[in-house]
Write a protein that binds this ligand. Sequence first.
Ligand code: CU
Length: 455
Amino acid sequence: MRSIVLALGALSAAAGGESDKQQYKTITLGGYAVSRKSVDIPAPPRDGYITGMRAYVVDEQGREVPQERVMLHHVLFMNKGRFSGDRTSDDCKRQKHEKFYGTGEEDQELVLPPGYGYPVRKGDRWRLSWMLMNHNPRNERVRMAWEYTLAEPGADITPVKPHWISLGCENGKIFNVPGGGSGGKTHTRSRTWPVPEDGRIVAAGAHAHGGVQGVSLAQPSCGDRHLLTSDARYGTADDPIYKVSPVLHEPSPRSMSFENSSSGWAVNAGERLRLDALYENTRPHMGVMGIMHVYIAPPKPGAAKCASLPTDVKEERRAFLGAPGREAPPAVTMDLSERGDDGIARPLAELSGTPRQVDGDVEVDVRDYAFSPRKLSVPSGATVRWRFDDAVQHDVTVASAPRGFASMYLKGNKVYSRTLTVPGTYRLFCSLHAVDMAATVEVRPRAASALPAQR
Ligand SMILES: [Cu+2]
């Protein structure tokens, strides 16, 4: 008999077993600072099955901290197993750990259907990775907290295997939605995913960023039928997340649905499913992601290929302020900002100084927490190369511009380049040091004389 139980009631009632609640030690975040870290954490001290799980941010008194104070950009739980190679995952590359639960601003709870669980063993080693952003000028002292429900071994539980499917493996898994309505009002990013084993998807959710409408899975080998969608809901206009100033980050959905079914969506080893992330495309959305988490149980004996779709699908979604919320991503204008002597960052209408005029391609140094030159004017068609040579990582991210883009986090003399063809003002910042690193690039229309002769 064990007594690690902490009665909670917070996890979904559907999850059977005993609950445990954990916290990692205090993280101190300076004003507007970003914290990214991976740490080892205690795994359950016995064999069993995780049937439900949730992670969130608390203060030192254990009270939940709202997103408008400290934003949980993402959190990921990995199981390294009892020895190297015991647990692996294949998303973008083979890794010696198994990703089994993740969430972010969307506050998605893992809720497996009754009778299913993620198997854990005594001696497993867990790792936790987070990215947090302080929205305030003052220091914040917070902790990562998580709770899970663990069913006894021998309980009548069917094991599930978690798989992460990322849209795009290049550039740190981020991509950009260009905006401007080019290619339609919805921008769809797709990839195919080879199913590694025969089985049934019994649960699925998704991690995505601001601007997303939904992330869905289709089955091309069965008439391209739609299987499931983790769909986005945004807060209402009075949601405090939209009162944060300066706006350093486009708010993500308040909720992404977690789909589950006891009978499951039948899939076959080797077939290729298609993952689609749908983003609204009238505005640019920078540095976005689309990652689906699917949980696969063993197949039902004698299951036919393209067996009928489940009729017992449930959509799990945590309650959130202003629920049911909005389906359409609200328009958010991102700011450039500057930290004043009082430590408070305020939106900047314009950067001080005169832009350096260049007539062609140009290189920008990213060093000492600054872009230099800070203000540039280039002709359309010019390629700008940002050279990252600081001791810490930075990126270059569009706050507002005719077309959106963002680099991944870079250092060590790495270069990100972009050819700017659409004239206008490109307001740029580093998303990791948003109140300290701003820049603008003015893209001038080419003079008529510089254009190739018109036919
Ligand atoms: Cu930076």
